[in-house]
Every structure is written in C-alpha cells, then in structure tokens.
Write a protein that binds this ligand. Sequence first.
Ligand SMILES: Nc1ncnc2c1ncn2[C@@H]1O[C@H](COP(=O)(O)OP(=O)(O)OP(=O)(O)O)[C@@H](O)[C@H]1O
Length: 292
Amino acid sequence: MEVGLLYSRIRPDEKLLLTELRERGHEVHKVDVRETTFGLGEAPEPLGDCDVVLDRCLATSRSKYATRFLAHYDVPVVNNPETARVCADKVETSLALADAGVPTPETTVAFTKESALEAIEAFGYPCVLKPVVGSWGRLMAKIESRSAAEAVLEHKETLGHYEHSVFYVQQFVEKPGRDLRVVTVDGEPVAAMSRSSDHWLTNAATGAETAALDIDDEVERLAREASAAVGGGLLGVDLMELEDGYTVHEVNHTVEFKALNAAVDIDVAGEIVDWLEREFASEEAATAGAEA
Ligand SMILES: Nc1ncnc2c1ncn2[C@@H]1O[C@H](COP(=O)(O)OP(=O)(O)OP(=O)(O)O)[C@@H](O)[C@H]1O
C-alpha cells in the first residue's frame, strides 16, 4: 500500500504507526501540512497516488480542510472530512450524539456572556465551560460559583478568540475519579483504558494514571453508536461512568493512542494497520504487503 501521513509534528503515536507500516513493507509518504498547498485541481504530490492518507494534523482547522480537499481529489482519507468536521467541534459532536440517541452530558450553548451566565445558573454549581474547539483539557473550566462564572465569562469575552464567544456550558458529571477511552475502527473496539486522577480533568494529557480496561457490552454498544454518529473511522471514544450507565463526552478524530498502547497488552498500532489494510489496500498492494 502507499500511505500518506499528513502531519505537523511526529508524536510517539505517529512513530508507532510509521514503524508498523514500514515493517509491513508499505510505502509511506510523510507530508508536512505546513509546507503543502491545496488547490482546486489535482492533489498535491505524492498524496494523489496514495491508497489512503492518514490525517494526523494537530490543528483542527488543518484537519478539517485538508481532509475536505483529499475527498475532493477522490483520495481516501482517515478520517473522512465529515468525521473531522463533527469531531473538531464540541457543539457538532454533542448534536451528532444527541441525534443518534447516544447518551451525552446535558449541554447548553449561548452566544453572549449574559445568556451564558443564565445557562450556568440553570445548571447550578459546579458546571463546566468548555471551548468548542480544543483538546488536552485546555481552557476547560469547572465553575463553582456565580462570581467565578462572571470572571471566566468576562475573560473569555475580552481576551478570547472569536470561538470563545460561543459559550458551551455543560452539566458537571460526578464521575468516579476516572473516565474511559475506547479506540475504535469503524465502530469496532480495538482496546480500552481507564484514566484516573484526583483532578477533575482525567485525560491522559493532564497526567492521569492509565489502566487497561475490559469493556462490557454496554460500553461496546455505545462506542459503536458514537462512532456511527460522527461518521466512523479511526476514533477515540471517551466516556464517563454514571451510577446507572455511561455518558459519551467526546469523540476524538486524530486520536492519540500512545498511552493506551502502553496500558494494554494489545498492539494498538498493529490493529490500526490491520484495519487500514482491510479497508484500503488494493489486492496487489495487499499481496506485496504480505510478501514483505
Ligand atoms: N461534563 C463533565 N463533567 C465532569 N468531568 C468532565 C466533563 N467533561 C469533561 N470532563 C473531564 O475533563 C476531561 C477532558 O474533557 P474533554 O475530553 O471534553 O476535553 P478535551 O480538551 O477535548 O480533552 P481530550 O482531547 O484530551 O480528550 C475528561 O477526560 C473528563 O475527565
């Protein structure tokens, strides 16, 4: 297979994928998105010749448009632009999950600080204010009082990027000190872990402790449904445990899996490449890969 890897920084996750692809004899083209331009005609070389391009861009704006261009050139891309569009934006994700009947935390969106304050008061304290675009728990605020709400809203309105004037207010979920991450390929769970922390932010990027997780039927079903809701592909579905069931708070479209790979006995990159081969290798490429 010829695989394009669109990146701006090669993280350990990309290294794992590159190693796995090369060991299997696939030809990999690393393309730095910062040095590439996308026109309306032909695909930039060498992306046009690839059997599949992996979008591993860090910036959601780059992911969103680059995947769109690749689809325009008829080059298969993981993830597809619809998935990237939905997952890159927390409002879109919440709507997609709600439309599909997947349980997700109650959320209200407001466009001024006055109406955001009303939404916060309606949830009561604590509640959560999240940037609509962003990851690694950055700029997420747990709001514990009206005075804190007023201060954060004023900061966002005065100092924030224009996206910060979309106020995404969410119920605070009383989770048991951890959340769950399931990596899926077209809905099929590959591996899962829990991420525990004393901090309310329990994602691995904030230094949470990770542990392998055997998922139950309910988590598997929700991971499948969440994947389908956002358009499928290679995803990280994040869930929190409730007293009775689960709630899906995020679906990641350029999923990091280094921490997961270290936590489980499964070769996550290997499973991902197995899936890429199944989905995107032409018959001759698959044979070449098998012979290598
Ligand atoms: N509504 C909520 N109630 C309680 N805790 C929450 C809520 N939403 C998120 N969290 C906690 O905050 C962490 C980060 O949340 P979220 O995944 O939405 O942010 P993010 O910036 O997109 O992070 P990442 O991209 O690393 O997954 C979660 O792992 C979870 O522990």
